[in-house]
Design a protein around this ligand. Structure first.
Ligand SMILES: *[C@@H]1O[C@H](CO)[C@@H](O)[C@H](O)[C@H]1NC(C)=O
Length: 266
């Protein structure tokens, strides 16, 4: 079949001595025209009735959903293993010093907010989440989840205040007013913290949070920040207790926190 077409292709390849990658491609083109096309699969197509097609798609979608969820669970497990290194509760957290964005009076935009350190999380259980205000959907979903968790816990355990904390991983674009405004959509007790690049890097290192913002990020740039998505539960002594991933539901988190609190009070 069309041998005259196969030959010029091969010869041009040889003539220009293209890289191996292209030569292979050319050769494949050349030979494929001499091999017969694959036998038509008409009988197979015939068996594929509309019903079986729908079934096929449904099963496929179900399996896709199952495996992506499973995969995410596995990834989160592995990430937690990495955080806990070999055994016991990992020693996450540690000292940090950031600006308390939510403490700034909204009337005075130029006032520098007070510093918030690791000492300020003592005496309360806290839920710490790292994110950025330009985050399109994951951060709002996680902050909504934390809001619901704090609300649920305050209903069942009114004497147990759980402090939600948001730490920005986007020091270039997230300023105290931006963070304060952003958090007003979530739980009213949210505390928002920002730092400069070095402070952000230090707090992320303490919590073993990965974030991709480069040190020289353009404050007016339109970029996304890749970061670990975990809600960290810290006890009233400021010690790390657990990290909840995206797949852990609100109810599971509430239940787990209640267990940890019971255990802690003993
Ligand atoms: C941080 O701001 C919150 C208000 O969001 C306030 O209740 C808290 O006392 C402040 N903490 C520090 C240490 O500035």
């Amino acid at each position: 079949m069309l041998p005259f077409r196969a030959r010029p292709l091969l010869s041009t390849c040889r003539a220009v001595a293209r890289p191996v990658r292209f030569q292979n491609q050319c050769r494949r083109n050349g030979t494929s025209s001499s091999t017969p096309p694959p036998t038509t699969q008409r009988n197979v197509v015939g068996v594929f009735s509309p019903t079986s097609a729908v079934l096929f798609i449904a099963v496929g979608a179900g399996m896709y959903f199952y495996f992506t969820t499973k995969k995410q669970q596995l990834l989160e497990e592995r990430e937690k293993e990495r955080m806990s290194k070999s055994y016991g509760r990992p020693n996450l957290g540690g000292p940090f010093a950031l600006l308390n964005c939510t403490a700034t009076p909204s009337s005075n935009r130029n006032e520098i907010p007070p510093t918030f350190t690791d000492k300020d999380i003592l005496g309360k259980w806290s839920l710490v989440y790292f994110g950025f205000t330009n985050c399109p959907d994951i951060c709002p979903a996680e902050l909504d989840k934390v809001t619901a968790i704090v609300n649920d816990l305050s209903k069942t355990n009114p004497s147990l205040p759980v402090q939600p904390i948001f730490i920005s991983v986007d020091p270039a674009r997230d300023t105290p007013p931006t963070v304060r405004k952003y958090l007003s959509d979530f739980h009213p007790s949210y505390i928002g913290l920002v730092g400069d690049y070095a402070q952000t890097k230090a707090v992320c290192k303490g919590y073993r949070v990965y974030f991709s913002t480069p040190p020289d990020a353009d404050p007016t740039g339109d970029y996304l920040v890749d970061h670990s998505i975990f809600v960290y539960l810290m006890d009233p002594e400021g010690k790390f207790v657990d990290a909840f991933g995206q797949v852990t539901t609100k109810d599971d988190v509430v239940e787990k926190i209640q267990e940890y609190v019971k255990e802690w009070n003993r």
